[in-house]
Design a protein around this ligand. Structure first.
Ligand code: ASP
Length: 336
């Protein structure tokens, strides 16, 4: 009888943990940026194209995971799709800097080893996420910038492209509009950029069959950026973080806030030090820490149990995830 009571206790105590383990865990989550994304300003055609792109990105990463490849491969496979799609502010379709060039930032982190790689301000690397991975795997460094990063990309045999390859008419019009507004405000260089000046960054977090996490982020940064401005996307701990013991994180939003607050690492640190779930930690960090500081944006978060969170404090965030069995969920707006 005593033994039965003891067993019952064990079963009851173990139950919440067992319930927390999803039956069909999420193995990959992607984002395509956060910002003023509402039904009023996304046409049905654009919405269909964006959904198709996120779906393709999720399936590309999922295929890598299904083959038993590491989470890093899935992150790179997903992000490459989004870098090639001119709808997103990454790779082709990256926003213009003030001088009329497109300059990319990217980073990646391996949750199983704690290694990371990143590049900032490159102008000719077709897939900046590949460069970030090469920095991690083939250099003794974490972050390379501008010409040096491009020299390294060349040595690594990565695909290069003329800067015009990344140019799109839509982003050119955005630059013109921002510069026109700046002239009207008599060049007030201290003013904060508007929300719409910086969405479309892409990111992915994956969980592989060995239980390892990886996260990556890729962006053109902020429209009209100058003075070699670098945002949070290539900064490990700000725009990207991964640790098997806690979670993988990729961020999008007003980079200066994400850097100052160390948003991605803060989520993992809350999970590590306070014992919060990554889901709860990300809600606190976005809806309290970031919001109270006046920053805007969001994150995608995945833990090693396949639990996902995608909090944001903007109107919307392009986001989606896929489960181990291949079930895809895609959402854009705040009410989805
Ligand atoms: N976080 C990026 C940056 O500040 C922009 C974005 O997420 O859209 O460069």
């Amino acid at each position: 009888m005593l033994r039965f009571a003891f067993l019952l206790c064990v079963v009851l105590l173990a139950a919440p943990a067992a319930l927390a383990q999803p039956a069909d865990p999420v193995v990959l989550v992607v984002h395509g940026g956060a910002g003023t994304i509402s039904r009023a300003n996304v046409t049905p055609e654009t919405e269909a194209a964006l959904r198709a792109a996120l779906d393709t990105a999720l399936r590309a990463g999922h295929a890598a995971l299904e083959e038993g490849r590491p989470a890093l491969d899935a992150v790179v496979a997903s992000i490459e799709v989004l870098e090639d799609d001119p709808h997103f502010n990454a790779g082709r379709g990256g926003v213009f800097a003030a001088d009329g060039s497109v300059r990319h930032d990217a980073s990646i982190m391996d949750g199983s080893t704690g290694l990371a790689g990143a590049s900032a301000g490159t102008m000719h690397v077709r897939h900046p996420i590949q460069l970030a991975r090469a920095v991690m795997e083939h250099s003794p460094h974490v972050l390379l910038t501008a010409e040096g990063a491009e020299e390294f990309a060349m040595q690594q045999g990565l695909e290069l492209a003329p800067n015009t390859f990344f140019h799109t008419e839509r982003r050119r019009r955005s630059l013109d509009a921002v510069q026109q507004r700046e002239r009207e405000q008599s060049g007030d260089l201290g003013s904060e950029p508007a929300d719409w000046q910086m969405h479309g960054t892409v990111g992915a977090v994956a969980l592989d069959q060995s239980g390892h996490l990886a996260a990556g982020t890729s962006t053109g940064g902020m429209t009209n950026k100058r003075w070699g401005r670098v945002g949070d996307s290539p900064i490990i701990g700000a725009g990207t973080y991964a640790d098997d013991a806690t979670c993988g994180v990729s961020a999008t939003g007003h980079g200066e806030y994400f850097i100052r607050l160390g948003i991605a690492r803060d989520i993992a640190a809350r999970a590590a030090y306070l014992g919060e779930s990554c889901v709860d930690a990300s809600e606190v960090v976005i809806h309290e820490t970031l919001t109270n500081a006046g920053g805007t944006g969001g994150v995608i978060v995945l833990d090693a149990q396949g639990r996902v969170a995608m909090p944001f404090n903007t109107e919307g965030m392009y986001r989606g995830h896929i489960t181990r069995s291949g079930a895809v969920t895609i959402a854009f707006y705040g009410d989805e």
